[in-house]
Every structure is written in structure tokens, then in C-alpha cells.
Write a new protein. Structure first.
Lengths: 457, 457, 457
């Protein structure tokens, strides 16, 4: 049974609620690219799927970069002269510029102001800002909060530590029949932001749960990593593993109500690119297939020229394109159970294509075989045939060892699921055989057929 | 002279009438996939063109299929208790489900009804139904006829035989200078249906007549065969001949008033695909070029993966897409002399492309030759040049031994006929030579030109 | 500094005026395909750029053609019986059919009329006519002038000579670091016609002036030649030089107010075709990219199949498409300083692409290098990045030794100039190295990266 069918036999509403509940558990944690926030996040993921947590020391060189210091934070606030907290990290962890160095001082507003970030256009929202690679500190607050500040002195406190420690990431590996791998990667470094990227973390976790109970063609590797530096660190530590990655997906911003977007890998025509495009076009409303660009999330690293991995990025609304992006409005109301569940379904359907996409060989390639005799055709001449029969005819016609099922689905316009069903049925009826995965080189069936029979006179 | 020109020098109206008269002669015959109906049809075709009739015994294995029993019918009717024929095969041979097993019984309407076929949407039309591969019997009648039947008993008689015998098909072979062949195939198994496929049979017959009087580059093979099983039988018996087929056309539904449709071969870019598309686009109104699909007429068999022959299908209205399809309304009024003649013209123009499509070599490839000196250019500078001159410039420019005339026609947008005329004229003027058909491998003219003159310093 | 920037640092209005003044100097000269008109034209060009003038004797065979006689003219007129000049070469050199044989006779209007050419649709304009390859004589006049002629006798005088002499052309060669050449060709055979082709002559001359002061990657060859026979003569005499031509442009009709048109070379995807299309699309309003056709200006000869050089044609309004074409209305008002200067800019931008289009190799190909550390990235996370940063990311991502900067510009949609700037900056920062021009064959960087690290397990 396909992964999608298995999923659809569950209660979709329940699946959506489960995803949203998991996001709700993860939401309050103050994550960053290093530190305890990400450790607590991985612990919650690890309670659901087998997860290996990896700690890499500060200062470790990773390609052109260096693993940064570990950041932890206990408290932060701006208080007025009466000690009243006007901006309070305990209420919302976005209030602190992520990765802020510690500070404790009293200063007039004029000194404080360069450290304050707001969004004048959305005066009630708190922005999300980071300063990973330049030591600095700052507060993010709503524009209305800032307007209410008078010219007095303020107590400013960020009770954080920025010191040698570790960069932490999680890895969930599921063994399949082949050592060839599918990579699913999502960044886990953002604090209380829901679509970016609790949506990706929760969907990936449930996907791993589902796959862990199945007999798999491919091995799967799920990465829960801090953005950019996490992907770079993983790649630097796993150069030998990279060669096994056959397909990959970065998951982000997949909980909102926007239509699906798939950004292609650098290769542009990788199997994952074609599988994702096929599924989005057949199974979702007004999807958009985007060309690769070197700006984005961690596909940037996987698709750097030295690796050039076939890794694309699945989104609903594209990061950066919606006003709630990187603000406090990207909250638990912004992501919905229905959309989370539908995103999980879309991932499942894409993985179904990867798992089932093979080449077959028609065992009766000269003319059509007599399908009617095998009850694979309608019996009274004169009526139209249905999609199942069309799918069978297409699979027979193009199964020459050169066309994969995805090739056939693309050329015929018939959904991959129907093509795949037809191939199984035709195999059962002795009309088709699987071409082994490693059959490269040598004579193709199509060449053999023609050499045997069609020599020119 | 091109075949199209030869045809156009005749009286087109006369040609149309001749085609329609021939269809009228063939119309009353009750054809099926086997039996005397097809024999009588072939006899009439054989009175016009040299035709070899082939008989293949029932039970002969042909790939995955078996040659079926021979079916013949003398009479069939449904009569009321007073002996009055209410449904009468003698009035229209569509009234019997084609290939019906014999039956003679009296039965109440309730028993008869599962054996009756009508078209409620077109209550005056009789449908066409077959049951070739499941032994059964039935009557086809107008919906109004069925509504008039009361609940009494009916005498039901189908005086048919279904027994060992032969499958019969006709083959007309015309030898050309090359043993490479063009295949024209049309199904001849349908009873009184005009567009499907007396249109194909009659146009193919006249095409064969025309070609038989000409000096031909290719050899031609016309097949008049029962649909599906006939094509399979021919392919099974002629596996060695298949390798000689360079181009092929299935002709069906080419007598109605619809615009032309050409369905490409499985290859999609075969010379026949390009030739047919070029001619339809240049010579007919609102033509449609359709992608290959494995569902259709006998191109299904020719394009099965073990053969993958370059065979497309020429139609006006696409079978199955017009309401008269497979009903008594597909009659002699549904096909028109004008359209039949125009379809013959279109076939002739396509064959002209195949016959004349060669590669040439410019004998004066460095700069343009001086056409004015040879009266091949206008003499006073400053005026525009006409299509003939454009055609000459294009042929000279692209005749590097790599581009065929069809390549040149496609790239230039100039009709193939003008390109072909230009090539002949330039040959006569010593500016062009033919590249022999079998010149493959070795140095192309274009390579030789550049090696000789353009070595890098 | 790019050629375009150098040009833009000058006063564009001044450049336009300079071009127009030069055209004004050249305008009165009565040029033809041979003779003193072209010699005087080359002398004026030669006063600005180093120019070699070549004289080829009448009767010299040049491929399929022969160098024609030299034509010179002192005077020509039609006078009435009272000796009054009604049509006077001294007033406009278009009045004589170019290359007219000498004549001096008195004749009635009826005998004269077959030798008169007018444009009834534009009754005040004088047409431009030639008769190079058929010895003849004629007068061109406004339609109104002709209507005013009564039936009396006329003195007809063309004081021309048509005798053995020379065909003259000019060649300006600028040596670059490579012996590979860029060819700029413009025809210099038209008399008082401004857009066709004083526009091409003047822009080419200033372009040569600009280039002569620069350090050049390519060598440049500017040809100032009579149309058709001049190009044929040059090609016949320079077969060994042809192999050095890597890119070429024919310049004509680039002074009017029409939008830019670029007609591709016969190859269709040559670097010059892509460079010109890129620049026109990014830097001009509503440009048109035209497919190659073998009819046109001297690209016909360069793109003849024996040469097949990568030479396209840059125009504003396409020759033959505007009513003023080949009439006295193609005068000094028809070309404008602003448009001439803009055409020079466009040529400069195209040459900048050719000069700077190289392949580079990313020296930090595994993941992105840390641009922030090098001040090549914005420092605060959460804001958008600008086009400069996008250009850097694209150059890094695609610099695998296989993509040229033009490939990168095309794929990214970022202007070539920004891509080229990014490449220079990344080289300065040690992140990129140039792939030598002659590095063909062997292992590409991209192959080396993958062999070293990505062996399959």
C-alpha cells in the first residue's frame, strides 16, 4: 500500500490536530543556532522517532566556516526607572535579538534606540532579528511599544551566555533495502515562529514516524539542524555519506494557507524535481514550480557546486513573501491543522513516487497483448475505455526499459499513482517485469527487440 | 511532376465523385473482422489496383493472439408474434451486433432486452456494436424502435455461422527504386459505416492507383485489413518486412467536413510526423497535430514498443469525437465528395514530401553564388525579392549535407513544394548536387569545407 | 573599466553630436561599389582610425563572382530644350541610377521614360536605384518632377566612366592579447543615404577609436566595404584569416528612432547571438531578436554555408521595413545624435560581454563560503539582500568551470555587468579563479570535486 493511502486511511482531521499539538509543544522554546533551546527541541522529536543527537565543539572548522559559540539565555528585559518591565523576554522570546551578547546597564533612550527593532508597517507585531556572525545585542518590540517609551533612563538586561560549547543537531536514519538515501532536511533554529519552521519540523517528524514502520526501498535520513551553519557542519562531517543521497527535500513554511511552491534543485531536472512537480500539479490547487536560485534555505548548501545534490525545497507560502514572515504574527494561529495534514500528504505522495519509480520491461512487446482475455479490458466493442485501461496501455507501450514510470506519467498525463497501479497489475499478469535498479550499460530491451527482428534488408 | 500537381491537373470535382461512388458501392456490404464481407470488399478494391489477398487459418497464433473463427451471416431479424419483421438485417446490417453467434428462439421482451442496444440521446440512430472476443449475440436498433416494442413474445433469428475458416486481408505492393517502404494501412472490417472507414479505404485505393503509374523512390505497401487482429496478423507474418518500413500512415475518418487531424507516431519526431504536420499546417485550415497515445486505430500495433514504427494516423474528425461515430448516421451523406478529394490531395502532398525529401550539397558554398548571372535573381537593385528567390537562398544556405529539404522548409517557413522546386532548379544550374541516400558516416560536406579553409592560426 | 562605463563617463550628448557631424561630412559623397566616392569616404575614416586601404583589380575572380569595373561620375542631368537642368546630379547624387553607364543624347520623353524611376506613393522623394550587374543607365527623380515633364525633347547626360580599375575597401585591425578576432563589418557603398549606412560607418569608426586606446582580449577587425561584392572579395582574399573570427557584427541602419533589432547568425546560438540578445533585452526598450535568414546585408556572405561564421546583424529599424528606406528621405534629419550615441553604447555593451565572458572556478565549492566575514554580505539577519549579493551567490554557485558568465547571467536573469562585477570582486577575495581560455578536454573542476568526495558506497 502506498504511503499516501496508508495516511488517507487514518483520520486526516486527527493527523492535522496531532501535528498542530506537536507544534504547540515546541512553540515556547527559545531556539537558536546553538544552545539548550535546540537540545530541548530535539528531545521532543526524539520522543517520537529514533534520533541521534550530535554535538560539535565550538571552533571546529567546517569548510570555510567555524562552529560558533554556544548561546544560552535565561532572562531579558527593558525596565523603566520604577523597575517595571516594559519589554519582557518571559512574555515572548522574540523580544531579544537572537544570539545577543549579555548586557546589563542603565541608559537613556537615545543610547538604547540603536538596539531596538520594530515594524512600523505592522505596529502590533514584534520582528525577529538575529546577529549570529557579529557580536551585538538588541531588543525587538512592537512599534506601538516603542512609541510609548519616553525619554527617561532604562534598565537593560540580557542575561545570556555566549561561550565555548557545542552546535547540536539531530539525525534520524531509517534503513531501507538500498543504501541509497533520501534526505529530508529542516531547520530547527528559529524561536517562537510557527510556519518558519515548526511546520517543517512537525511534518518531518510524523513523516519519519510513518516511514519507520514500513518496508522501504530507499534509506531515509532526516536532519533537524540549525539553518546554514547546521547544514554546512553536517556536510563537512559527512562527505562520504553525501554520495549516497539520491533525492532530497528541504521542508519549510508548510503550515499556512498558501498554495504549494516547489523550488527545484540546481540540477533542475532531477527525479525529485520531476516527482514534486508531478504531485503538486496533479494533487494540489494552483501550485507553483520555481526555478532554482542560490538564495533560500539549506538547499543553498546542498546545491553548492561542490555537492550539487538533487535537493529541492517544498513550501506553501514562500519564505519572505508573506507579511507575517519573521514576525510574532507567524504564530500558532497562522498554521492550521488542515494545512499541516495536507502538507504531510503531499510529502507522502512525493515519496511514493520516489519509492515506486522504476523501469519495467514489456514481456509482450510485439503488438498489444490481448488484455480482454485477461479481464484487463472492457469486453463490448464501441464504448470508451477508462483511465485504468489507458494507464495499462501507456505502461505497456512505454515499458521498453528506457522509460521510468514517472516518464510514462509525465508523457501520458495520467497520475503517477494510476500508472504505478497499472504496472503492478501487469506484473501480476505476467506482462511486465521489473528492470533491476543497477542495470546500466549493456543492451536495452528495446535494442534487443529491434536487433532480433528488424534488421534492414 | 509532383503527385499533388498531377492530381490537381485532373478535375477535382470528378475525383471527389469517383471516391464517393466507390464508397457507395462498398457501403451495403456487411463486413466483419473475418468472412465474406471483407472478401467482397477486397474484390472491389482488387478490380482497381493490383491486390494480393491473404487468407490465414482460424487458430493460427499471432503473437499474444489467435486468429479467430470466420463469421458469415445470411439473415437476422426480430419478428412479432404475427411474423412481422420489426428489426431487419436486410434493411441495415448494423441491426446485428457484429460477430453475433447464431440464435433462433422465441422469447419474451424481458429476455430479449439484455441483447438490445440503442442510443437514447439520438433516438433515430442505430448503434454499431461488436463482440469479437466473447461469444454473444445481440441486436442494435433505434431507441424509438425499442420504445415501440410491447411486452409480448418475439421471434429472434440470427442466421450466422461462426466456425473455423480464415482471416482475410489484402495487400497492394508497388515497387519503387528503393526497397525501403511506405506503409498505408486502413481497416476494412466495419459494415455500413462510411466515414469509419470507407473514407480510408477509398482514398487509399485511389492513392494506390495514382502511385502505380509513377516512377517511385520508395516502394509502397497498402494494407486493407481488419482492425487490431488484422494488423497483428500482418505484423506476425511479416516480421522481416517490418524493417523496411521507413514511413507509414493509418487512414481513417477522412470523408467528413471536419478539419484535419494528424496523430503522431510513438517516436514523435519521425519524418512522417514532420511531413504530415508541415503539409497540414501549410495546406489546410485549422489543422490539429496530436501527440501519440497508445489508444486509437492500428497505429497502436505498428507503434507497439517491439516495433516502434514511424506510423502516424491521418483523420479529419477524430474517431469517437463526433456523435455520428459508430452509428447509422455515419452514412453516405456524412461523407462528401469535396472532402474525400481534399483528403486524397493531402495524402498526395504528404507523399510528395517523403518522395522529394533529400539532402543536397551546395557546390558553391563560399559566399552566395551569383544568381543574377544565371537569371535566378531580380536584376534591378532596390526591390523586394519573391518567395521563389527566398527559397533558392534558403536551399543554398542550408544545403550543407546535414539539412534535408524538410529541415529547410521547417526552418524557413517556406512551403516544402517551393523549397523542392528551388532545389531542382539549382541542380539544373549546377549549383547543387544530391547527397546519395546511403551516405552516412564519413566526412560531411560542411566538415570538409571547414577543414579545407578554416584551420585556426 | 568596461567600455560602456568609459563611454558613459564622456558626455553622451557630445558623442551623439560628434557622430552626426561625421555623418554630415560623409553625406554628400557619391559612393558606389567602386570608384572615388568610396576612396574619399575611406580617407575621412582613415583620418580617425588606422586604416589599411585595399585595391583589387577589375576582373579578379572572387569565388563565383568577378570584381567589376570601376565607376566614376562627374556630372549628370536631364535638361529641357532650353538647356535648363530639370534633374541635376549636382543637387542630389541619388538622381543618377547608381553605376549608370555614360550616355549623352537628346530624346523625346517617350524614349526617356523607361529610364526614369519615381515613388508615386511619396511624390516628393527621390528613390535610390542601382544597376551593378547589368549595364544600363537611368535617372531617379521625385514623382512630382516627373509629372511636370511635358512631351518635348530632352537632353540627357550622364558623364560617368565605367572601366577597368579597382574595387576599394578599408580594413582597420586592432591587435588584442589573443589572435582570435571580433569582426565588425559595415557597407560603405551607398551614396547620400544616412541611416543606410552612414549610421553604421560612423558608429563603427568611433567604436574603433575607443577600442584602439584599450588593452583588448580579442583582436578586432573593422571592415568598411562595398555591400555583397566587397564582403565576397574580402572573404576570397582572406580565407586563412576567417578561421580566427570568433564573433562578428554587421552594423546597419542604427541611426533612426526605431527600437533595436538583432538578427542572429546562421548558427543561432553563437556567443554573439546570446550576448547581443542579453544586452538588447536588458538595456533597450522593446528590442526584437530575429532569427537568421539568408536574405539581408553582408551577414549573408559571412553566414554562407562554407564559412558559417558567428556573425549577426545589429539594426534599429530593419532595412526595407521603413518607408524612407532607399529614398532621399533617408537623410541627415532621419538619423539623430541621441540614437547614434545610444547605438554606440549598445555596441560597447555587447563587446563588453564578449571581452569579459569567461568561465571561472569556485575555490570554495563545498557549501557557500562565509561572505559576511569578507564584508560581501549584509550583516543583520532578516533583511532582504540586494542585486550585488544575488550576483555573488549566482557566480559562486555556477562557477564550476562549465558555466560562463553569460550562462550565469542568462540563467539568473541578473544583468551581465553585475555578474561580471561580482566575478571580479570574488577573484579579488580569493574565492574564484579564472579558467584559462584554452582549457578544453581534461577533467573539469566539477568532475574533480565529485570524484574526490562523492564516490558511491
Amino acid at each position: 500500500m502506498s504511503l499516501l493511502k496508508e495516511l488517507d486511511e487514518r483520520d486526516v482531521a486527527n493527523t492535522g490536530e496531532e501535528l498542530h499539538r506537536f507544534a504547540t509543544d515546541l512553540y515556547p522554546i527559545c531556539r537558536s543556532i546553538t544552545g539548550d533551546g535546540i537540545r530541548r527541541t530535539l528531545a521532543l522529536i526524539g520522543s517520537r522517532v529514533p534520533l541521534q543527537t550530535v554535538e560539535v565543539s565550538t571552533g571546529t572548522p567546517v569548510f570555510d566556516w567555524t562552529v560558533p559559540k554556544e548561546w544560552n539565555i535565561r532572562d531579558a528585559y527593558i525596565a523603566d526607572s520604577g523597575g517595571k518591565r516594559l519589554v519582557d523576554f518571559q512574555q515572548c522570546n522574540l523580544h531579544v535579538m537572537n544570539y545577543s551578547a549579555p548586557v546589563h546597564a542603565t541608559m537613556p533612550l537615545s543610547d538604547l534606540r540603536p538596539h531596538l527593532f520594530t515594524i512600523p508597517k505592522h505596529p502590533d507585531w514584534i520582528p525577529y532579528r538575529t546577529s549570529y556572525y557579529k557580536e551585538d545585542w538588541g531588543f525587538c518590540l512592537s512599534h506601538n511599544q516603542m512609541l510609548a517609551l519616553d525619554n527617561g533612563d532604562y534598565e537593560v538586561c540580557i542575561d545570556s551566555t555566549l561561550q565555548d560549547g557545542y552546535l547540536t543537531y539531530g539525525e534520524c536514519c531509517l534503513a531501507g533495502r538500498s543504501s541509497d538515501e533520501v534526505l529530508i532536511s529542516c531547520h530547527s533554529c528559529h524561536p517562537s515562529l510557527a510556519n518558519d519552521n515548526l511546520s517543517g519540523l512537525t511534518v518531518a517528524t510524523l513523516l519519519a514516524q510513518l516511514l519507520s514502520e514500513r518496508d522501504l526501498r530507499y534509506s531515509y535520513r532526516f536532519l533537524f539542524i540549525p539553518g546554514t551553519i547546521g547544514a554546512i557542519t553536517w556536510l563537512a562531517r559527512n562527505r562520504e555519506a553525501v554520495g549516497r543521497i539520491r533525492h532530497g527535500l528541504v521542508l519549510t513554511c508548510i503550515g499556512d494557507t498558501g498554495g504549494f511552491h516547489y523550488k527545484k534543485s540546481r540540477r533542475g531536472d532531477a527525479e525529485i524535481d520531476r516527482a514534486a512537480a508531478h504531485i503538486l500539479i496533479h494533487c494540489s490547487k494552483s501550485p507553483q514550480i520555481l526555478e532554482f536560485s542560490p538564495y533560500g534555505y539549506d538547499e543553498r548548501q546542498y546545491c553548492s557546486p561542490g555537492f550539487n545534490l538533487p535537493v529541492g525545497c517544498l513550501m506553501r507560502s514562500v519564505w519572505g513573501s508573506f507579511p507575517e514572515y519573521h514576525t510574532s504574527a507567524d504564530n500558532l494561529e497562522f498554521i492550521r491543522p488542515v494545512q499541516l495534514a495536507e502538507s504531510l500528504r503531499m510529502c507522502a505522495a512525493i515519496l511514493d513516487v520516489l519509492e515506486d519509480n522504476r523501469r519495467y520491461c514489456n514481456l509482450s512487446p510485439y503488438c498489444e497483448p490481448e488484455l480482454g482475455r485477461r479481464n484487463l479490458y472492457r469486453s463490448t466493442g464501441g464504448n470508451e475505455i477508462g483511465m485504468e485501461t489507458h494507464a495499462r496501455l501507456w505502461v505497456l507501450n512505454l515499458s521498453d526499459g528506457e522509460h521510468s514510470l514517472l516518464d510514462i506519467a509525465e508523457r501520458s498525463g495520467v497520475p503517477f499513482s494510476a500508472i504505478s497501479e497499472a504496472a503492478k497489475l501487469l506484473c501480476q499478469n505476467g506482462l511486465l517485469s521489473i528492470v533491476p535498479d543497477d542495470s546500466t550499460g549493456g543492451t536495452t530491451p528495446s535494442q534487443a527487440w529491434h536487433e532480433g527482428t528488424l534488421q534492414r534488408s
